[in-house]
Design a protein around this ligand. Structure first.
Ligand code: PMP
Length: 365
């Protein structure tokens, strides 16, 4: 028997079957062009149409106002850890960084190379299970921007009560790599949002950069052109150099589906799916443990341990895979287990994981 596989990988992650089938169907002959998208010039009218449609669907799905530019940049989320300071800290070289997980930490470490003065909003060495209360935050009111990561993929922490009102005088820059397109965004609160595509949108290689147009200016002189927002924004169709054409095309296939579904439905489903796994954890009498402050539990990355038993965790990974539930191992830096439940994970897959977890507990406690 072939068992259906559900892929809980943190990214690159699962894509809807219909996207994969469409990509397969188009592989040799896209829309009667006689060639594959992989082989198309990025300057051809065919590819420009593909890219434009992807952009339009993303804009519509996320209700991104016209005053924002959408750039589809190379080199994933990590490039933005440097690109953000290189593009924004040209005159005022001060920035605030809120760090409550490893990606935020990576962002601040990169930014330190370009900034004169970085304020660590909370102690980045105390990151772990919660986000310190806003009243304890240290904020430089003179800083050019305030950077944070909305969902910490490795630790499974998502900020669900960001103090927008208290920070209304700050220019907000946010890494939404692991929770973009999973809930509505109030764009009036942000200057720049970036998100790598390989979790909630499509394949790896692209990073969506949504930037308010008035913030696009000449970056630091050391900035490589491929990291300069201005270079892209000024180029025809925002293609300064060869973009990740095939990835953008597959992102476009998925964005069209997400747009049809609508952001409210996606948001509801994200809560439903993660809730199913948290319920199993909370009703397991301490067999499964998730020690994240409940109000900051991630809807996308559910991290957990099995008692304090590394051997049992290894068995869990192995048995889960035999049941078609793959990539449930935690990140190597923290160990344990993690189910990444992005937009393309069907409810059915999560139901199967929940059932498996209950059965595994019965058999191994
Ligand atoms: N930010 C977050 C929140 C992430 O989860 C990741 C990757 N897992 C990154 C940034 C880095 O993205 P990339 O690997 O595309 O550089």
């Amino acid at each position: 028997d072939i068992i259906e596989t559900f892929n809980f990988s943190p990214g690159p992650s699962c894509l809807p079957k219909e996207v994969l089938l469409k990509a397969q169907e188009d592989t040799l002959n896209w829309n009667g062009s006689g060639i594959s998208v992989m082989e198309m010039s990025h300057r051809s009218k065919e590819f420009i149409e593909i890219m434009q449609n992807a952009e339009n669907d993303f804009r519509e799905l996320m209700e991104i106002p016209e005053e924002f530019e959408i750039l589809m940049l190379p080199a994933g989320g990590s490039m933005q850890f440097s690109a953000v300071p290189m593009n924004l800290l040209t005159k005022n070289k001060k920035a605030n960084y809120l760090v409550f997980g490893s990606w935020g930490k990576s962002a601040i470490n990169h930014a330190k190379r370009y900034a004169d003065d970085i304020t660590e909003v909370v102690d980045p060495d105390s990151i772990g299970n919660t986000i310190p209360d806003f009243s304890t935050w240290k904020i430089d009111p003179e800083a050019k921007y305030f950077h944070y990561c909305d969902n910490e993929t490795i630790y499974g922490i998502e900020i669900n009560d960001f103090p927008f009102e208290e920070l209304k005088d700050q220019l907000l820059v946010c890494d939404m790599s692991s929770n973009i397109c999973s809930r509505k965004v109030d764009w009036s609160k942000y200057g720049l949002v970036y998100a790598a595509t390989q979790k909630n949108i499509g394949p790896a290689g692209v990073c969506m950069v949504i930037i308010r147009k008035d913030l696009i200016e000449e970056p630091m002189t050391i900035t490589p052109d491929v990291a300069s927002y201005k270079k892209y924004a000024d180029a025809p169709y925002r293609c300064f150099n060869t973009p990740c054409t095939w990835s953008i095309y597959v992102c476009g296939l998925n964005l069209a589906i997400m747009k049809e579904k609508g952001i409210e439905a996606i948001e509801e489903e994200a809560l439903l799916k993660s809730g199913m796994i948290y319920k199993v954890i909370d009703e397991s009498d301490g067999f499964y443990i998730n020690s994240i402050d409940k109000k900051y539990r991630s809807r996308l990355n559910v991290v957990f341990n099995i008692k304090d038993d590394k051997e049992l965790e290894a068995k869990f990974v192995e048995d889960a895979a035999k049941n078609g539930l793959i990539s449930v191992k935690g990140h190597k830096s923290v160990g344990g287990l993690r189910a990444s439940i992005y937009n393309s994970m069907p409810v059915r897959g999560v139901e199967k994981l929940a059932e498996f977890m209950k059965k595994f507990q019965e058999e191994n406690q």
